[in-house]
Design a protein around this ligand. Sequence first.
Ligand code: 9Z3
Length: 407
Amino acid sequence: MATPSLGDMSPADAESVYFNEYPPPKALPKHEALARAFIDRHVEANRRVVLVTSGGTTVPLEAQTVRFIDNFSAGTRGATSAEYFLQEGYAVIFLHRQYSLLPYSRHYSHSTNCFLDFMDEAPASDSTQSDHGPIVVRDEYQHQMRDVLRKYRYAKQNNLLLLLPFTTVSEYMFELRSLAKLMRPLGPNALFYLAAAVSDFFIPRSRMAEHKIQSSELPAHLDKDSAVEPDDIYTGENEEQPSQRKKLVINLDPVPKFLHRLVDGWAPDGSMVVSFKLETDPSLLVYKARTALQRYSHHLVIGNLLSTRKWEVVFITPDPPHERWLRVPKARRSKSISGVEDQVGLAEAKKKSDGSAPTPEKTEEKAQAATRQEGSSDGIEIETLIIPELVKLHSTMIEKKTHKPTS
Ligand code: 9Z3
């Protein structure tokens, strides 16, 4: 009898098959100990704690991994959101893809914001006559850097930010499951904000090649790895007989739907779960986000298009208004290389052409009013709109849970 695929099993069965197939990440015990202490401290302070997931996940092609499948996410959404959650008084567990952007340091990292460009060498004081002047922050960045530095140090000194890295999709799953269970003592004070771009497909351990997949055929006595059929192996472009070219064919299984298990099993009772839905086709976004909310019965799906994600998102909720767009007003949109501004509004317009009622853009009006008040034309990050709205929803949920009449 053929073994059922994970997609055909109940979420609980798929969970146990999935987690039994992989060894837990080596860092998991250490991360659990750090998270336990962090959560205990904030339970005691009756502080809200948000688990922010951030960045992409990799799907290894070999157990001793040389190659893997990855995705585009740099972790901007996660790292930026974490800063605004801290500003709102939350403690943040930041579960992120290793080497993706981090809260605060994101302002001065990677090649777009290389920290060296913010620095200068000041002249040495006269008395020393040396050419070793102190290293300083350039005048034009003093104000912004002081602000970022103060916020960073405040978060650090008060133990408000816990950074936990992962790399592969299975590491992410193990970490998410453990953290959600550890967060149970927080009850309604726990919030899950799942911004990581998690792979939908993976190679099960049982079918994975142990060693580096070979790009040319090996003599029979050296070919021990049967996970990849020799005929499937791509052997390069320089074949003498092009018709004989081979390809590497990768057969991926769907990753089990972890959101079911998070909502129904791992997460604390009364906690709030927010997931993200990413699409590239504007006509699908609202439909897919709604379907996800119905399927997993959680509290909020934040929908975004790859091309407009820095300027607009849609909140899909089980309660009215059900669909709500948050947009950075035109004058305050920061330029983005990958963004396509012409597509702003398209996903909402598509939905309206279905005959459904249009939604007033209250938030945009509010943000425009703010622009007029401040008289500034600086760009704003869309997370300045997302996080306060989300905090309001979380507060309402906490209010309901804590003032529920006991029968
Ligand atoms: C998102 O949709 C995030 O907003 C982005 C942020 C990944 C687009 P960046 O890192 O991008 O700032 O460049 N995250 C969730 C994407 C995702 O994998 N969602 C799953 C889905 O769409 C559901 S959990 O099926």
